[in-house]
Design a binder for this molecule. Structure first.
Ligand code: 13P
Ligand code: SF4
Length: 402
C-alpha cells in the first residue's frame, strides 16, 4: 500500500474558477490588460498585445490568418469565446476535434483554441512534422489537474497489490486528463473516452475485464456505469489523499467501478433545484445537460450528451421550443443567438465561463500568428515520444471503438 501520501491540495485552476463569474451577461472581450484584473494566472506576452483593443486584434488576426493561408489550421472547442470561435476553421467537442486534428495533413501548424489536454492529444494524433500550438499555456483544466500522474501510478500499484498484477481492472481515462495518464491506460490495456463515446468504451472494457478504473471525472464515470445497470453500491470513489483511496481491501475487491475523485468545477454548479425551478416557471421546458453534471442533475434532466450533442439537439429542436442548457455559458449564449426562434438559456443564472477556456484571449492568438509570420513558433505543445506512443494506443482503441 502507498503510505507516503501528499496532504490534500486543491488545484490552482479550481481555486481560480470563480474569478470570471458575474451577474452581468456581457462576456465581450476587453483588452487583455483589463482582463488581467480578474486575478488569475495568465501567460505574459508583450505589453503592446496586452493593450490592443478588441477591434484592433480582430483586424490583425484576420490579416495574419489570410497571410498564413493553408499553413495554419485553427481548431476551436465549443466553449471558446465568440471572438475566437469566429476564426476557428473547425469547431467541435473533444472527440470531433481529436478526429479533426488527426486529419489535418496539409497544415504546418495546428492552433488549438481549447485547453492543454486537447492540444496534447492533437500533438499525439497529428503527424510528427506538424506543430501544435496552445495560444495561452495557462489554459489548463481543473478536472484534469485533479488527477496527477504520481497519484494515479500509486493508485494503480495499490490496485495491483490488492487484486494481483492481473486483477482484471481496465483503466478508462476521460480525454480530460494528461498524456501521461493516457499512456498508463495505453500500456495497461485501457482506453480513452470522451463524453460522446463513454458508453461505447464502457462496453468495450466490460467485455475485457472484471472492473473499470475511471479517471478523472467521477460524475461521467458514475452516469455511464448506471446505464449498464451497475448500482451506486458497486462503485467506490478513489480519494488520492487517503490510503487505498479511502477504501478497505474488501471494498476494492467488491467494487465493479472505481471512480477517481475528480469533477468539473463548471458542471457541478448545476443543481436539481435549478431544474425544478425552471420546470415550475416554464412548463413544457426541455432540460439538456452535459454528463459531467452530477448523477442527480443528469437524472432530473430530459437529455444529456457531449457539447456536440447539445449543439445538434438545440439546433434541431422545433421553433418555439424552450430549452435550458446545463453547460458552459459561452456556448449557451452562442446557441441562443443562433436560434432566435427558440428560447435558449443557461440553467444557472450566474454567468460563469470555464475560466481556463476563457484564457484563450484574442491577444494571444494575434501574438501567435504574428510570430508564425516572422518564423517564430511560440507555445508549441510537444509530448515526449514514449508517452505519446503509449497514449496513442489508448486513443487508437477509442477511435476504433466508435
Ligand atoms: P465535450 O467533449 O463534450 O466537448 O466536453 C469537453 C469538456 O471539457 C466539457 O467540460
Ligand atoms: Fe475542464 Fe470543466 Fe473547463 Fe471542461 S468545462 S475544460 S472539464 S474545467
Amino acid at each position: 500500500m502507498v503510505v507516503n501520501l501528499r496532504p490534500p491540495t486543491i488545484p490552482i485552476t479550481e481555486i481560480e474558477q470563480s474569478a470570471f463569474c458575474q451577474t452581468d451577461d456581457d462576456l465581450s472581450a476587453r483588452s487583455l490588460e483589463e482582463e488581467f484584473g480578474a486575478g488569475v494566472r495568465w501567460q505574459k506576452l508583450p505589453l503592446s498585445y496586452m493593450r490592443m483593443k478588441p477591434e484592433e486584434l480582430d483586424a490583425r488576426i484576420a490579416e495574419a490568418k489570410a497571410k498564413l493561408g493553408d499553413r495554419v489550421v485553427m481548431l476551436g472547442h465549443h466553449y471558446q469565446r465568440d471572438e475566437i470561435i469566429k476564426y476557428a476553421d473547425f469547431r467541435g467537442d473533444s472527440f470531433k476535434l481529436s478526429q479533426l486534428a488527426a486529419n489535418q495533413e496539409d497544415a504546418e501548424f495546428i492552433i488549438f483554441c481549447g485547453v492543454h489536454f486537447m492540444a496534447e492529444t492533437a500533438d499525439i494524433l497529428s503527424s510528427p512534422d506538424q506543430k501544435v500550438i496552445l495560444p495561452n499555456l495557462t489554459a489548463g483544466c481543473s478536472m484534469a489537474d485533479m488527477a496527477r500522474i504520481d497519484d494515479v501510478l500509486d493508485c494503480w500499484d495499490d490496485l495491483e497489490d490488492v487484486l494481483g498484477a492481473n486483477g482484471g481492472v481496465i483503466p478508462i481515462t476521460y480525454m480530460n486528463s494528461t498524456a501521461a495518464i493516457k499512456a498508463l491506460c495505453g500500456r495497461n490495456g485501457g482506453i480513452v473516452c470522451t463524453s460522446s463515446n463513454a458508453t461505447a468504451t464502457f462496453e468495450w472494457a466490460l467485455t475485457r475485464g472484471e472492473k473499470i478504473l475511471f479517471l478523472p471525472d467521477q460524475h461521467l464515470g458514475r452516469n455511464t456505469a448506471l446505464k449498464f445497470g451497475i448500482g451506486v453500491d458497486e462503485m467506490i470513489i478513489w480519494n488520492p489523499f487517503k490510503p487505498l483511496g479511502g477504501n478497505t481491501e474488501q471494498q476494492i475487491r467488491d467494487a465493479k467501478v472505481i471512480l477517481w475523485q475528480g469533477h468539473c468545477s463548471v458542471h457541478t454548479r448545476f443543481t436539481v433545484e435549478q431544474i425544478d425551478a425552471a420546470r415550475i416557471k416554464l412548463p413544457g421546458i426541455h432540460i439538456v445537460v452535459h454528463p459531467e453534471c452530477t448523477m442527480e442533475v443528469v437524472q432530473a434532466a430530459d437529455s444529456n450528451g457531449s457539447t456536440e450533442y447539445i449543439l445538434q439537439m438545440v439546433n434541431n429542436a422545433p421553433a418555439g421550443s424552450i430549452i435550458a442548457v446545463g453547460t458552459e455559458i459561452s456556448m449557451v449564449n452562442r446557441l441562443a443567438a443562433a436560434n432566435p426562434d427558440k428560447t435558449v438559456f443557461c440553467l444557472d443564472s450566474v454567468v460563469c465561463p470555464c475560466s481556463t477556456m476563457y484564457r484563450i484571449h484574442p491577444a494571444y492568438v494575434s501574438w501567435i500568428l504574428d510570430g508564425l509570420i516572422e518564423g517564430v513558433v511560440v507555445n508549441q505543445i510537444s509530448v515526449d515520444k514514449e508517452t505519446a506512443e503509449q497514449a496513442r494506443l489508448a486513443l487508437d482503441r477509442m477511435l476504433a471503438v466508435v
